[in-house]
Design a protein around this ligand. Sequence first.
Ligand code: HEC
Length: 143
Amino acid sequence: MQKVFTIFIICLLLQACNSKNERNDVENSNELVMYEPSEMTILMRKIHEVNKIVKDQIIKNDSLLIFPEDFTKIFSATLTDSTERDDEFIILARSFIDLQKITFSTYSDSTVYNFNQSINNCVECHRTRCPGPIPEIKKLLIN
Ligand code: HEC
């Protein structure tokens, strides 16, 4: 049981924005600090899971999920650090949402291109604000 719990914690930390530092923190202390994920963190986890599904659907040529309207909460969800929602964040978020909207639901000649462009927006926004998950995000790109 404890092993399962430890693996769970490690998985959470791998996803976290500054995965390296946080892992060291755990190694250096016997205490586990439980933290309350922000609204944005919870939204991002959903965005990540949904995009894994959509990538799979695109590759298999299955019908595509309908765009989940709650993705637009990216403009309002509370951030761990509220100063991260600067002008650049808003521009990247707008571009991300627009590209995801045109990718989801129906295929076009540009589906793979639009999907990949939207994932590039994820990476671009994460580069300065939350680099930890970038390797995982890049796995969403369709080659
Ligand atoms: C416009 C900026 C922006 C875009 C676009 C964006 N993110 Fe994020 N993401 C953030 C920020 C900022 C955080 C940190 C949230 C916080 O700590 O409150 C975050 C957090 C995360 C996390 C960490 C959640 C955790 O468990 O700690 C994951 C995973 C993630 N994003 C995945 C993605 C994926 C996948 C995409 C695209 C499909 C994406 N993000 C698009 C800004 C963005």
